[in-house]
Design a binder for this molecule. Structure first.
Ligand code: NAD
Length: 261
């Protein structure tokens, strides 16, 4: 087996993978030879077309399965419908920004459900078969905000800190059984979600695009460079490699130095 196709014969499920980081992670896993199950809460022709295009591009099997990660039963059904997985990437996530006294309860509950509780359900459903096979990788896409805080993001930061804690706990429950569980903690990554915030920030600060990126958005990221979805994908593939067999229960920051400050 060539190093480039080191994940041939493995099936990966990536939640929230029709956009942004999830899509980048899915593409990196497919490039490494893994068969794919893509997911989001929509069920549009383009979602299924995306899976078909990736199957053709990377010569792997790829399917799209709709499941809403805010609903526990659908999280578990995703794993069952996929026929289990060797690699589980819990990536689906949303954000809402407001002071805590104004934070809408429904937004708090949705963020906790999608960014944290979904990983509890998918992991509980996927882990027994991984254990039985003696090989599995669970990669949780947390955030620099799983390790540090910023104002006005109470739900997101609580959920991401929770996801880091969940990763450590699952790692301990699976230790020595060929199954690892880790959290990747990205700083700012230039995804459609982040790109969409740039015009508002330019207006709010009366700055041009480059200045608002450097002086506002990347203020806490010492490299003053965005991480890329390809880098998060590469980090995921590394965590699925034999070199990472003993890396479990930890966080891997991809944040340009944010958490070193
Ligand atoms: P994105 O909006 O591009 O992607 C989010 C994905 O989650 C999409 O595919 C969306 O369809 C899916 N999703 C949302 N709600 C869902 C639901 N109820 N059920 C199923 N899927 C759902 O955003 P992104 O920036 O790629 O974020 C992906 C993950 O990376 C999130 O967990 C986010 O918190 C994390 N993250 C992002 C950054 C960043 O700077 N972009 C930094 C750190 C961590």
């Amino acid at each position: 087996m060539s190093a480039e196709r080191s994940l041939s014969g493995r099936q990966a499920i990536v939640t929230g993978s029709n956009s942004g980081i999830g899509l980048g992670v899915a593409r990196a896993l497919a490039a490494a030879g893994a068969d794919l199950v893509l997911n989001s809460f929509t069920d549009r022709p383009e979602d299924h077309a995306l899976a078909e295009a990736m199957a053709a591009e990377f010569s792997v099997k790829a399917r799209y399965i709709r499941a809403d990660m805010s609903v526990g039963a659908e999280c578990r059904a995703l794993i069952t419908q996929a026929g289990g997985c060797d690699i589980l990437v819990n990536n689906a996530g949303i954000q809402h920004v407001a002071p805590i006294e104004d934070f809408p309860t429904d937004k708090w509950e949705a963020i906790l459900a999608i960014n944290l509780t979904s990983a509890f359900h998918t992991t509980a459903a996927a882990l027994p078969a991984m254990r039985a096979k003696g090989w599995g990788r669970i990669v949780n896409i947390a955030s620099a905000h799983g390790l540090t805080a910023s104002p006005y993001k109470s739900a997101y930061i609580a959920a991401k800190h929770g996801l880091v804690g969940l990763s450590k706990t699952v790692a301990l429950e699976a230790a020595g059984q060929g199954v690892t569980c880790n959290a990747i903690c990205p700083g700012y990554v230039l995804t459609p979600l982040v790109e969409a915030q740039i015009p508002d920030q330019m207006k709010a600060h009366d700055m041009d695009r480059e200045t608002v990126i450097r002086e506002v958005m990347l203020l806490r990221q010492p490299s003053r460079q965005f991480a890329t979805v390809e880098q998060i994908g590469g980090t995921t593939v590394f965590l699925c490699s034999a070199a990472a067999d003993q890396i479990t229960g930890t966080t891997l920051s991809v944040d340009g130095g944010w958490t070193a400050l």
